[in-house]
Design a protein around this ligand. Sequence first.
Ligand SMILES: *Cc1c(COP(=O)(O)O)cnc(C)c1O
Length: 483
Amino acid sequence: MSPEEFRRHGKQVIDWIADYLAGIESYPVMSQVKPGEIRRALPPEPPEHGEPFEDVLADLDRVLLPGITHWQHPGFFAYYPSNASGPAILGDLLSSGLGVQGMLWVTSPACTELETVVVDWLAGLLGLPDHFRTDARGGGVIQDSASSACLVALLAALHRAGGGRFATHGADRPYTLYVSSQTHSSLEKAARITGLGSARVRVVDVDPRTLAMDPGHLRALLDQDVAAGAVPAMVCATVGTTSTAAIDPVAALGEICRERGIWLHVDAAYAGVAAICPEFRWVNDGVADHADSYSTNPHKWLLTNFDCTVLWTADRAPLLGALSILPEFLINAATSSGSVIDYRDWQVSLGRRFRALKLWSVIRWYGAEGLRAHIRKGVGLAQDLASWIAADPGFEVHEPHPLGLVCFRPRWPGLTGAAADQATTRLMELLNAGGELYMTHTRIDGRVVLRMAIGGVATERRHVEQAWERIRREHAALSAPGH
Ligand SMILES: *Cc1c(COP(=O)(O)O)cnc(C)c1O
């Protein structure tokens, strides 16, 4: 593709995206295709001869769009938001345009140095401690996902717990990892990847009401495990669990970790970015004093297209000790001088995209003020929704719900247990098939509950009002006698 052809098709693509986003409300939020439908509509063999780019765009419209779930639709309330925004899309496009591979400082100094500046900026915006900053002992790095951040944190923790031995000998001691039933599954995955195995993942009890990790039980498990010869390597506390946005007591868990020299990772994938607003800065409670590592996802709520997780550490030495290996072909004067950062040593893969560009674009376009306004809008709408639900005798709302996620349960007079759960699931499926909104479910205390995560870039009050009206209507219809 010549530069002139690129210019022509590039403009078509930008127009396509602008039209798509402008008209996004005309699509059903959740794709309604059946398994295999998209695949069958595509040719089984690749073309022998090149095809015009217009044909690609035509197939995007004709074949692929029906198989798209519209995450940027204002009626998308499922999982957590995965927000895209104009400046992030453009920043990502510039990253693709430069085609830079930033594994080492020397392979593109600006790729590394902009990342350093942007993660330090974000630490400041979120009110994270100064020791997370690159000019201190810590430092931040952009990872592809919170899952990778947790894996990398576990590797650093194992490195420290084994006095450096893990890098050479692997899991040759009975290292253990502490999570709760509400911790993200990526921690168990990390235990498998590092060779600990799922059996070394110890599950700490949660408070049955708040679903927050119970420090007393953590202490009891640690005592028991250490007495049995285990080497506790890491505790993962979550600020804003994936299921219900529950908040673990970081300070209390951190005290226990500090007494025993155990690494504390804080996974704040969803909720961490709320700290950009002073009134939500309590999400950082305990982090400054206790977290050895901390991660949050600008790619969820903070308007930065997937993928963009930022991981900070209080001390980068164990991270680098766990991950750096210098083969001959990567040796260069800048690395040898010790005066540069090579972010390849802070992550699993060698190669890395220039992700800082999109986060930089987002922060510059919105400014701190614009980002705060976005977070506040989501929380405000969620609080309104929760108050409508609480005021309706047909529903009960799960407390607390301090941020953008509201979990609630329809009441089904005459139905209990599994029958009520089935009715709730049926209601959700009907609503999702309607195309106007998309929500998901979880279980609290064994019971199915519905989740509405509010914080989409295009979501306004009217979308939440419409969704609530729709939920009430369908619930009333399903509850009607004889149904
Ligand atoms: C979403 C989420 C994750 C996983 O995020 P990825 O970036 O998709 O890996 C991990 N932890 C928590 C608490 C989450 O909410």
